[in-house]
Design a protein around this ligand. Sequence first.
Ligand SMILES: Cc1ncc(COP(=O)(O)O)c(C=O)c1O
Length: 406
Amino acid sequence: MRLLTHRSLNPSRFAALTPSSTIAANDRLQALRAAGKDVLSFNVGEPDFPSPPPAVEAARKSLAQGYTKYAPSMGLPALRSALCEHLRDNNGLELNPDQVLVTPAKFGVFATILALIGEGDEVLLSDPSWVSYVPIIQLAGGTPVFVKTRTSGFVLDPADVEAAISPRTRLLILNSPHNPTGAMVSLRHLEQLADIAQRKDLWVLSDEIYERIAYDSVHHSIAALGGMAERTLTVSGFSKSYAMTGWRIGWLTGPAKMVARLGALHQHALTCLPAFVQAGALAVLQDPAAAQYQKDMVATLRQRRDLLVSGLQRIEGFACKAPAGAFYVFPETSFVLRGTALADHLLEAANVAVAPGISFGPTREDHIRLSYACSSGVIADGLDRIAEAMVGADLQPRPAEATATS
Ligand SMILES: Cc1ncc(COP(=O)(O)O)c(C=O)c1O
Protein backbone atom coordinates (compact mmCIF):
# COMPACT_ATOMS: atom_id res chain seq x y z
CA MET A 1 0.00 0.00 0.00
CA ARG A 2 1.26 3.50 -0.82
CA LEU A 3 1.52 5.82 2.14
CA LEU A 4 -0.03 9.21 1.54
CA THR A 5 2.12 11.83 3.23
CA HIS A 6 2.55 15.59 2.98
CA ARG A 7 4.95 14.82 0.10
CA SER A 8 1.84 14.08 -1.94
CA LEU A 9 1.00 17.78 -2.01
CA ASN A 10 1.89 19.69 -5.13
CA PRO A 11 5.07 21.37 -3.89
CA SER A 12 5.02 24.30 -6.29
CA ARG A 13 1.58 25.23 -5.07
CA PHE A 14 1.63 24.30 -1.41
CA ALA A 15 5.23 24.89 -0.33
CA ALA A 16 4.55 28.39 0.95
CA LEU A 17 1.00 27.79 2.10
CA THR A 18 0.96 28.04 5.88
CA PRO A 19 -2.18 28.17 8.02
CA SER A 20 -3.67 31.62 8.72
CA SER A 21 -1.92 33.11 11.75
CA THR A 22 -5.08 34.91 12.86
CA ILE A 23 -7.18 31.73 12.69
CA ALA A 24 -4.43 29.82 14.56
CA ALA A 25 -4.36 32.54 17.25
CA ASN A 26 -8.11 32.31 17.62
CA ASP A 27 -7.93 28.52 17.98
CA ARG A 28 -5.31 28.99 20.69
CA LEU A 29 -7.51 31.50 22.47
CA GLN A 30 -10.46 29.10 22.45
CA ALA A 31 -8.24 26.33 23.85
CA LEU A 32 -7.05 28.60 26.69
CA ARG A 33 -10.61 29.58 27.52
CA ALA A 34 -11.71 25.95 27.43
CA ALA A 35 -8.93 25.25 29.95
CA GLY A 36 -10.52 27.83 32.27
CA LYS A 37 -8.26 30.85 31.59
CA ASP A 38 -9.92 34.26 31.74
CA VAL A 39 -8.37 35.61 28.53
CA LEU A 40 -9.47 38.97 27.11
CA SER A 41 -9.27 38.93 23.35
CA PHE A 42 -8.20 41.87 21.21
CA ASN A 43 -7.45 39.46 18.46
CA VAL A 44 -10.67 38.78 16.67
CA GLY A 45 -11.44 40.44 13.33
CA GLU A 46 -15.19 40.44 13.74
CA PRO A 47 -17.68 42.81 15.36
CA ASP A 48 -19.20 41.44 18.58
CA PHE A 49 -22.64 42.86 17.67
CA PRO A 50 -25.46 40.49 16.66
CA SER A 51 -26.26 40.58 12.93
CA PRO A 52 -28.94 43.17 12.00
CA PRO A 53 -32.40 41.85 13.02
CA PRO A 54 -33.90 42.46 9.51
CA ALA A 55 -31.24 40.13 8.07
CA VAL A 56 -31.96 37.39 10.61
CA GLU A 57 -35.72 37.70 10.09
CA ALA A 58 -35.45 37.60 6.26
CA ALA A 59 -33.16 34.55 6.36
CA ARG A 60 -35.49 32.78 8.81
CA LYS A 61 -38.46 33.47 6.53
CA SER A 62 -36.57 32.29 3.48
CA LEU A 63 -35.65 29.03 5.22
CA ALA A 64 -39.24 28.52 6.37
CA GLN A 65 -40.41 29.03 2.78
CA GLY A 66 -38.12 26.23 1.66
CA TYR A 67 -35.33 28.14 -0.08
CA THR A 68 -32.83 25.43 0.68
CA LYS A 69 -31.83 24.35 -2.84
CA TYR A 70 -29.14 25.64 -5.17
CA ALA A 71 -29.56 29.34 -5.87
CA PRO A 72 -28.57 31.23 -9.06
CA SER A 73 -24.81 30.86 -9.15
CA MET A 74 -23.80 34.48 -9.68
CA GLY A 75 -26.29 35.64 -7.06
CA LEU A 76 -30.04 36.26 -6.79
CA PRO A 77 -31.01 38.77 -9.52
CA ALA A 78 -32.75 40.95 -6.90
CA LEU A 79 -29.58 41.05 -4.79
CA ARG A 80 -27.31 41.85 -7.74
CA SER A 81 -29.63 44.71 -8.73
CA ALA A 82 -29.85 46.00 -5.15
CA LEU A 83 -26.05 45.93 -4.92
CA CYS A 84 -25.80 48.03 -8.11
CA GLU A 85 -28.12 50.60 -6.54
CA HIS A 86 -26.31 50.51 -3.19
CA LEU A 87 -22.89 50.93 -4.78
CA ARG A 88 -24.11 53.73 -7.05
CA ASP A 89 -25.61 55.67 -4.12
CA ASN A 90 -22.78 55.10 -1.64
CA ASN A 91 -19.64 54.64 -3.73
CA GLY A 92 -20.38 56.39 -7.02
CA LEU A 93 -19.94 53.13 -8.97
CA GLU A 94 -21.96 52.74 -12.18
CA LEU A 95 -22.52 49.00 -12.52
CA ASN A 96 -24.85 46.62 -14.35
CA PRO A 97 -25.91 43.41 -12.58
CA ASP A 98 -23.60 41.40 -14.90
CA GLN A 99 -20.70 43.24 -13.25
CA VAL A 100 -21.61 41.87 -9.82
CA LEU A 101 -20.73 38.43 -8.46
CA VAL A 102 -22.21 37.49 -5.08
CA THR A 103 -19.40 35.62 -3.33
CA PRO A 104 -17.55 35.77 0.01
CA ALA A 105 -15.05 38.67 0.02
CA LYS A 106 -12.23 36.27 0.77
CA PHE A 107 -13.10 34.20 -2.29
CA GLY A 108 -13.25 37.41 -4.33
CA VAL A 109 -9.66 38.15 -3.30
CA PHE A 110 -8.60 34.58 -4.02
CA ALA A 111 -10.27 34.45 -7.45
CA THR A 112 -8.87 37.83 -8.51
CA ILE A 113 -5.29 37.00 -7.59
CA LEU A 114 -5.49 33.52 -9.09
CA ALA A 115 -6.91 34.93 -12.33
CA LEU A 116 -4.47 37.80 -12.76
CA ILE A 117 -1.20 36.47 -11.40
CA GLY A 118 1.08 33.94 -13.01
CA GLU A 119 4.61 32.64 -12.42
CA GLY A 120 6.99 35.51 -11.66
CA ASP A 121 4.41 38.30 -11.66
CA GLU A 122 4.86 40.88 -8.93
CA VAL A 123 2.07 42.18 -6.73
CA LEU A 124 2.40 45.42 -4.79
CA LEU A 125 0.85 45.57 -1.35
CA SER A 126 1.38 47.67 1.72
CA ASP A 127 3.57 46.71 4.65
CA PRO A 128 1.65 45.97 6.82
CA SER A 129 -1.22 44.10 5.11
CA TRP A 130 -3.98 41.60 5.90
CA VAL A 131 -2.45 38.14 6.39
CA SER A 132 -4.17 36.32 3.53
CA TYR A 133 -2.83 38.22 0.52
CA VAL A 134 0.72 36.81 0.60
CA PRO A 135 -0.15 33.08 0.70
CA ILE A 136 -2.63 33.54 -2.15
CA ILE A 137 -0.12 35.50 -4.26
CA GLN A 138 2.47 32.76 -3.66
CA LEU A 139 -0.04 30.03 -4.44
CA ALA A 140 -0.64 31.74 -7.78
CA GLY A 141 3.14 31.71 -8.46
CA GLY A 142 3.54 35.44 -7.92
CA THR A 143 5.89 37.48 -5.77
CA PRO A 144 4.59 39.86 -3.11
CA VAL A 145 6.41 43.20 -3.09
CA PHE A 146 5.81 45.17 0.08
CA VAL A 147 5.61 48.95 0.01
CA LYS A 148 6.18 50.27 3.49
CA THR A 149 3.54 52.71 4.69
CA ARG A 150 4.68 55.77 6.63
CA THR A 151 4.33 54.85 10.30
CA SER A 152 2.72 58.17 11.09
CA GLY A 153 -0.84 57.54 9.94
CA PHE A 154 0.17 54.48 7.86
CA VAL A 155 -0.12 56.45 4.64
CA LEU A 156 0.58 54.45 1.48
CA ASP A 157 2.59 57.08 -0.36
CA PRO A 158 1.91 56.99 -4.13
CA ALA A 159 5.56 57.95 -4.77
CA ASP A 160 6.69 54.83 -2.86
CA VAL A 161 4.26 52.71 -4.87
CA GLU A 162 5.62 54.06 -8.14
CA ALA A 163 9.20 53.47 -7.01
CA ALA A 164 8.39 49.79 -6.31
CA ILE A 165 7.04 49.09 -9.81
CA SER A 166 9.13 46.83 -12.05
CA PRO A 167 8.46 45.47 -15.54
CA ARG A 168 6.99 42.38 -13.78
CA THR A 169 4.46 44.30 -11.67
CA ARG A 170 0.93 43.35 -12.66
CA LEU A 171 -1.32 44.12 -9.71
CA LEU A 172 -1.64 46.68 -6.92
CA ILE A 173 -3.65 45.67 -3.86
CA LEU A 174 -5.37 48.48 -1.98
CA ASN A 175 -7.27 48.01 1.26
CA SER A 176 -9.08 50.99 2.73
CA PRO A 177 -10.19 51.15 5.51
CA HIS A 178 -7.21 49.03 6.34
CA ASN A 179 -6.51 45.87 8.29
CA PRO A 180 -4.38 45.95 10.49
CA THR A 181 -3.95 49.74 10.88
CA GLY A 182 -7.43 51.24 10.40
CA ALA A 183 -5.91 53.78 7.99
CA MET A 184 -7.93 55.13 5.07
CA VAL A 185 -6.50 56.25 1.73
CA SER A 186 -7.40 59.88 1.00
CA LEU A 187 -9.15 60.83 -2.23
CA ARG A 188 -6.04 62.78 -3.29
CA HIS A 189 -3.85 59.71 -2.88
CA LEU A 190 -6.42 57.50 -4.60
CA GLU A 191 -6.31 59.86 -7.59
CA GLN A 192 -2.52 59.68 -7.67
CA LEU A 193 -2.62 55.88 -7.39
CA ALA A 194 -5.21 55.75 -10.20
CA ASP A 195 -2.90 57.83 -12.38
CA ILE A 196 0.01 55.47 -11.66
CA ALA A 197 -2.12 52.37 -12.39
CA GLN A 198 -3.09 53.80 -15.78
CA ARG A 199 0.37 55.01 -16.75
CA LYS A 200 1.99 51.73 -15.69
CA ASP A 201 -0.87 49.54 -16.95
CA LEU A 202 -1.57 47.82 -13.63
CA TRP A 203 -4.65 46.01 -12.41
CA VAL A 204 -5.97 47.12 -9.03
CA LEU A 205 -7.62 44.88 -6.45
CA SER A 206 -9.50 47.21 -4.12
CA ASP A 207 -10.44 45.40 -0.92
CA GLU A 208 -13.16 47.52 0.68
CA ILE A 209 -14.46 45.01 3.22
CA TYR A 210 -14.44 47.66 6.04
CA GLU A 211 -16.00 50.35 3.84
CA ARG A 212 -18.95 51.31 6.07
CA ILE A 213 -16.77 51.52 9.20
CA ALA A 214 -15.36 55.01 8.69
CA TYR A 215 -15.26 57.59 11.50
CA ASP A 216 -13.56 60.74 10.33
CA SER A 217 -13.21 60.42 6.55
CA VAL A 218 -15.48 59.50 3.68
CA HIS A 219 -14.77 56.16 2.00
CA HIS A 220 -14.00 56.35 -1.73
CA SER A 221 -13.86 53.53 -4.26
CA ILE A 222 -10.97 53.79 -6.70
CA ALA A 223 -13.10 52.14 -9.42
CA ALA A 224 -15.30 55.25 -9.45
CA LEU A 225 -12.39 57.42 -10.62
CA GLY A 226 -11.96 58.17 -14.32
CA GLY A 227 -10.39 55.35 -16.32
CA MET A 228 -10.32 52.92 -13.37
CA ALA A 229 -13.53 50.89 -13.89
CA GLU A 230 -11.87 48.80 -16.61
CA ARG A 231 -8.79 47.88 -14.53
CA THR A 232 -10.22 47.48 -11.01
CA LEU A 233 -11.72 44.50 -9.25
CA THR A 234 -13.49 45.65 -6.10
CA VAL A 235 -14.18 43.21 -3.29
CA SER A 236 -16.38 43.91 -0.30
CA GLY A 237 -19.17 42.38 1.71
CA PHE A 238 -21.46 42.25 4.68
CA SER A 239 -19.07 40.59 7.18
CA LYS A 240 -17.49 43.54 8.91
CA SER A 241 -19.71 46.51 8.03
CA TYR A 242 -22.89 44.67 9.08
CA ALA A 243 -21.59 42.21 11.69
CA MET A 244 -22.33 39.21 9.45
CA THR A 245 -18.98 37.38 9.40
CA GLY A 246 -20.50 33.91 9.74
CA TRP A 247 -22.92 34.38 6.86
CA ARG A 248 -20.02 34.23 4.39
CA ILE A 249 -21.51 36.66 1.91
CA GLY A 250 -19.98 39.54 0.00
CA TRP A 251 -19.44 40.65 -3.56
CA LEU A 252 -16.94 41.19 -6.30
CA THR A 253 -17.45 43.86 -8.98
CA GLY A 254 -15.48 44.83 -12.04
CA PRO A 255 -15.52 44.74 -15.84
CA ALA A 256 -18.30 42.39 -17.03
CA LYS A 257 -15.94 40.04 -18.90
CA MET A 258 -13.65 39.63 -15.88
CA VAL A 259 -16.59 39.11 -13.54
CA ALA A 260 -17.93 36.39 -15.85
CA ARG A 261 -14.54 34.62 -15.82
CA LEU A 262 -14.17 34.90 -12.06
CA GLY A 263 -17.79 33.78 -11.79
CA ALA A 264 -16.83 30.57 -13.61
CA LEU A 265 -14.22 29.89 -10.92
CA HIS A 266 -16.81 30.63 -8.23
CA GLN A 267 -19.22 28.21 -9.96
CA HIS A 268 -16.70 25.38 -10.00
CA ALA A 269 -15.48 26.03 -6.46
CA LEU A 270 -18.56 27.15 -4.52
CA THR A 271 -21.56 26.68 -6.88
CA CYS A 272 -23.55 29.49 -5.24
CA LEU A 273 -24.21 31.13 -1.91
CA PRO A 274 -27.23 29.77 0.00
CA ALA A 275 -30.50 31.44 -1.03
CA PHE A 276 -31.52 32.16 2.58
CA VAL A 277 -28.17 33.88 3.21
CA GLN A 278 -28.73 36.00 0.11
CA ALA A 279 -32.26 36.83 1.33
CA GLY A 280 -30.79 38.09 4.62
CA ALA A 281 -28.23 40.21 2.76
CA LEU A 282 -30.94 41.69 0.53
CA ALA A 283 -32.90 42.77 3.60
CA VAL A 284 -29.82 44.60 4.88
CA LEU A 285 -29.71 46.69 1.71
CA GLN A 286 -33.43 47.34 1.57
CA ASP A 287 -34.57 47.78 5.18
CA PRO A 288 -33.91 51.25 6.66
CA ALA A 289 -33.80 49.66 10.12
CA ALA A 290 -30.65 47.77 9.06
CA ALA A 291 -29.03 51.00 7.86
CA GLN A 292 -29.78 52.64 11.22
CA TYR A 293 -28.48 49.57 13.06
CA GLN A 294 -25.25 49.85 11.08
CA LYS A 295 -24.83 53.54 11.91
CA ASP A 296 -25.39 52.87 15.62
CA MET A 297 -22.78 50.11 15.49
CA VAL A 298 -20.22 52.54 14.02
CA ALA A 299 -21.04 55.13 16.72
CA THR A 300 -20.34 52.52 19.41
CA LEU A 301 -17.13 51.43 17.69
CA ARG A 302 -15.98 55.06 17.61
CA GLN A 303 -16.40 55.31 21.41
CA ARG A 304 -14.43 52.11 21.86
CA ARG A 305 -11.70 53.33 19.53
CA ASP A 306 -11.33 56.53 21.55
CA LEU A 307 -11.24 54.59 24.82
CA LEU A 308 -8.57 52.20 23.57
CA VAL A 309 -6.40 54.82 21.87
CA SER A 310 -6.43 57.22 24.84
CA GLY A 311 -5.68 54.32 27.20
CA LEU A 312 -2.73 53.10 25.12
CA GLN A 313 -1.37 56.63 24.87
CA ARG A 314 -1.16 56.69 28.66
CA ILE A 315 1.00 53.52 28.85
CA GLU A 316 4.71 54.13 28.37
CA GLY A 317 6.07 52.13 25.45
CA PHE A 318 3.02 52.42 23.18
CA ALA A 319 2.60 55.13 20.52
CA CYS A 320 -0.75 55.23 18.82
CA LYS A 321 -3.02 57.66 16.96
CA ALA A 322 -6.76 57.28 16.40
CA PRO A 323 -7.27 55.52 13.05
CA ALA A 324 -9.94 56.73 10.62
CA GLY A 325 -11.71 53.42 10.01
CA ALA A 326 -12.14 49.66 10.56
CA PHE A 327 -11.84 48.42 14.18
CA TYR A 328 -8.12 47.94 14.67
CA VAL A 329 -5.28 49.92 16.19
CA PHE A 330 -1.68 49.13 15.35
CA PRO A 331 0.42 50.89 18.01
CA GLU A 332 4.15 51.14 17.67
CA THR A 333 5.90 49.61 20.68
CA SER A 334 9.28 50.57 22.03
CA PHE A 335 9.89 47.72 24.46
CA VAL A 336 12.99 45.56 24.27
CA LEU A 337 10.48 42.71 24.13
CA ARG A 338 9.23 42.73 20.54
CA GLY A 339 6.92 41.00 18.09
CA THR A 340 5.76 37.50 18.95
CA ALA A 341 7.65 37.55 22.27
CA LEU A 342 5.73 40.66 23.33
CA ALA A 343 2.39 39.13 22.27
CA ASP A 344 3.28 35.93 24.17
CA HIS A 345 4.20 37.97 27.26
CA LEU A 346 0.86 39.81 27.18
CA LEU A 347 -0.95 36.51 26.87
CA GLU A 348 0.96 34.85 29.70
CA ALA A 349 1.38 37.76 32.12
CA ALA A 350 -1.85 39.66 31.45
CA ASN A 351 -4.18 37.08 29.90
CA VAL A 352 -4.62 39.50 27.01
CA ALA A 353 -4.55 38.21 23.43
CA VAL A 354 -3.18 40.54 20.74
CA ALA A 355 -1.68 39.87 17.30
CA PRO A 356 2.04 40.53 16.74
CA GLY A 357 2.67 43.13 14.03
CA ILE A 358 5.17 40.89 12.30
CA SER A 359 2.26 38.70 11.14
CA PHE A 360 1.20 41.58 8.91
CA GLY A 361 4.45 42.84 7.43
CA PRO A 362 8.16 42.12 7.40
CA THR A 363 9.18 45.40 9.06
CA ARG A 364 6.48 45.48 11.72
CA GLU A 365 8.31 43.80 14.61
CA ASP A 366 7.66 46.87 16.78
CA HIS A 367 3.88 46.85 16.46
CA ILE A 368 0.96 44.87 17.79
CA ARG A 369 -2.58 44.79 16.43
CA LEU A 370 -5.53 45.18 18.76
CA SER A 371 -9.10 44.79 17.58
CA TYR A 372 -11.63 46.85 19.52
CA ALA A 373 -14.62 44.86 18.31
CA CYS A 374 -15.19 43.96 21.96
CA SER A 375 -17.07 45.68 24.80
CA SER A 376 -15.90 48.86 26.55
CA GLY A 377 -15.63 46.83 29.74
CA VAL A 378 -13.20 44.41 28.07
CA ILE A 379 -11.21 47.36 26.69
CA ALA A 380 -10.95 49.06 30.11
CA ASP A 381 -9.95 45.79 31.83
CA GLY A 382 -7.51 44.93 29.05
CA LEU A 383 -5.81 48.32 29.31
CA ASP A 384 -5.35 47.86 33.08
CA ARG A 385 -3.89 44.40 32.54
CA ILE A 386 -1.54 45.57 29.78
CA ALA A 387 -0.33 48.51 31.88
CA GLU A 388 0.34 46.20 34.82
CA ALA A 389 2.14 43.58 32.69
CA MET A 390 4.43 46.24 31.20
CA VAL A 391 5.30 48.13 34.41
CA GLY A 392 9.07 48.48 34.55
CA ALA A 393 9.57 46.72 31.19
CA ASP A 394 12.84 47.69 29.53
CA LEU A 395 12.48 50.16 26.69
CA GLN A 396 14.64 50.21 23.58
CA PRO A 397 17.25 52.94 23.73
CA ARG A 398 16.17 55.95 21.67
CA PRO A 399 18.51 56.68 18.73
CA ALA A 400 20.20 59.58 20.60
CA GLU A 401 20.78 57.39 23.70
CA ALA A 402 22.09 54.57 21.49
CA THR A 403 24.66 56.92 19.97
CA ALA A 404 25.65 58.27 23.35
CA THR A 405 26.45 54.80 24.68
CA SER A 406 28.07 53.38 21.55
C1 LIG B 1 -8.72 43.08 4.69
C2 LIG B 1 -9.66 41.92 4.64
N1 LIG B 1 -10.12 41.50 3.44
C3 LIG B 1 -10.95 40.48 3.33
C4 LIG B 1 -11.39 39.78 4.45
C5 LIG B 1 -12.30 38.60 4.27
O1 LIG B 1 -13.64 38.96 4.54
P1 LIG B 1 -14.78 37.85 4.60
O2 LIG B 1 -14.66 37.19 5.93
O3 LIG B 1 -16.05 38.62 4.47
O4 LIG B 1 -14.57 36.92 3.47
C6 LIG B 1 -10.92 40.15 5.72
C7 LIG B 1 -11.29 39.38 6.90
O5 LIG B 1 -10.70 39.43 7.94
C8 LIG B 1 -10.05 41.27 5.82
O6 LIG B 1 -9.59 41.70 6.99
